[in-house]
Design a binder for this molecule. Structure first.
Ligand SMILES: *Cc1c(COP(=O)(O)O)cnc(C)c1O
Length: 444
């Protein structure tokens, strides 16, 4: 258990604030909503921070050589920005370490999307294979600071995989609520392997989400869904890393998939804060891409967000198969702050984009294909100009959902334009030789 002093020290400069700014609570209070039921933000005192942080401070931490003892402030792409995220004392931090993900480029991809400069930030190359690690390192650290007895979440898969790993590192019991039969194999494998108590609910994600909130309130377990504002603070570091990677000269667009909209919310807050703090002078525009069968945010945008829609979600991209997104209001605010847009793409477009990303050797899970499919659609409809710089977010690793990938390539997916079918051959040298010669001839 932590001493009172380090707790006060960690949380003194931040507070919990309702999204409308009307209600404020101490950051050490366990709560996920305001008294009137509004979403909460972790609020930093930006006026104080302005004199404490600078581009130079963050740049110098990147250059520090890794020592024998891992210091999360220099080793993690999240804790490098700790002042802007959670000013936790270093010894309380539970880190793998996460972040420092690559920005990939490939001419095939920029050509297909229709822009000169397309970069893909691969969040699937985090320790457990998704961007959720960036939020979870902060959420689990906060759980430790507050001496939580256990942590819980509802999940379409990656949140549970990540929470299970970080809870195991912290020695905390983890309870995950998953919709039965709707979790990709790689993600379920991780949750089980990392030792989480795995509760399969006969219902969809939205049922699991409702239940876990009730259970956390009843039993005093710390909730680590993206409702929890500390997770979103960690996810802001994706944007900080992009900005720093571009030497603080922001790209024109950041394009990302949207499910529960936690990332959209975090990206908007990160850009707002970076701009307020003078780390950047211009704001990139955000584009949130939803799957057509799970597009309540996009459908709400058609009413200018005057009406909040919810749907029964259905898409091959299980990570964004969400009908009633938790961070809806925060995401609306993110689009307003950044002059952002939202659109939807079909599962067919998602899987063909994914297959192209995979074929370049980069690879991602289905939901991530939405970033590239969405960028292409926004170029097609004239929203993104071909001379603008676009960063797409690949949210999850190729190995997360092997079933979707194998189905695509083996004829179990309609209009699989880039299917790479396995070749069945007799076990003779001549059969193999003939086939290889035929293929080599075709390749030249
Ligand atoms: C969680 C997740 C998403 C959706 O992010 P939200 O913050 O819920 O909008 C997209 N892709 C992958 C791989 C994810 O794990």
């Amino acid at each position: 258990m932590l001493q009172e002093k380090s707790l006060n020290e960690a949380l003194a400069t931040i507070s919990l604030r309702s999204i409308d700014g009307q209600e404020t609570y101490p950051a050490g209070q366990v709560r996920y909503l305001s008294d009137s039921g509004a979403l909460l933000d972790v609020w930093h005192d930006l006026d104080t921070l302005r004199s404490q942080v600078s581009r130079a401070l963050f740049d110098q931490r990147v250059r520090s050589a890794p020592g024998p003892q891992v210091d999360p402030v220099t080793a993690s792409g999240v804790w490098r920005y700790r002042e802007l995220i959670l000013p936790a004392p270093t010894h309380t931090i539970i880190s793998r370490p996460e972040g420092n993900t690559p920005l990939y480029e490939h001419p095939c991809l920029s050509e297909w999307v229709g822009v000169d400069q397309l970069y893909l930030k691969h969040e699937g190359e985090n320790p457990t294979g998704s961007f959720k690690d960036r939020g979870m390192t902060v959420g689990v650290t906060q759980a430790m600071i507050m001496s939580a007895q256990a942590v819980a979440c509802a999940s379409t898969g990656n949140t549970s995989a990540s929470m299970a790993a970080y809870a195991a590192r912290a020695g905390l019991p983890a309870f995950i609520f998953i919709p039965a039969g709707k979790i990709a194999a790689g993600k379920l494998a991780q949750a089980l392997a990392y030792g989480a108590h795995t509760l399969q609910i006969n219902g969809d994600f939205d049922d699991a989400m409702r239940l876990v909130q009730q259970v956390c309130n009843e039993l005093g377990i710390y909730l680590l869904n993206s409702l929890n504002p500390f997770r979103l603070e960690g996810q802001k570091s994706i944007v900080f890393e992009i900005l720093q990677g571009f030497n603080w000269q922001p790209p024109d667009w950041i394009v990302l998939p949207g499910g529960n909209l936690g990332n959209t919310a975090a990206f908007g807050k990160a850009l707002y804060e970076a701009h307020e703090l003078g780390l950047i002078n211009t704001l990139p525009r955000l584009a949130t891409i939803q799957a057509e069968g799970a597009s309540p945010f996009y459908q709400s945008s058609l009413t200018g967000f005057s009406e909040r829609k919810s749907v029964k979600a259905h898409t091959i991209a299980t990570a964004i198969s969400i009908g009633n997104p938790v961070s809806y209001e925060r995401a609306v605010r993110a689009l307003r702050w950044t002059n952002g847009v939202t659109i939807s793409v079909t599962d067919e477009e998602i899987m063909n984009a994914k297959a192209l990303i995979d074929s370049t050797g980069i690879g991602c899970e289905p939901a991530s294909g939405a970033s590239v499919a969405g960028a292409r659609k926004l170029v097609d409809n004239g929203t993104i100009a071909s001379d603008e710089t676009v960063v797409g977010i690949l949210t999850g690793n190729l190995l997360k959902d092997p079933t979707a990938t194998v189905d695509y390539h083996t004829g179990n997916w309609p209009n699989a334009k880039l299917a790479n079918r396995p070749i069945v051959l007799e076990p003779t040298l001549s059969a193999v030789q003939k086939e290889i010669e035929k293929r080599l001839a075709r390749a030249h």
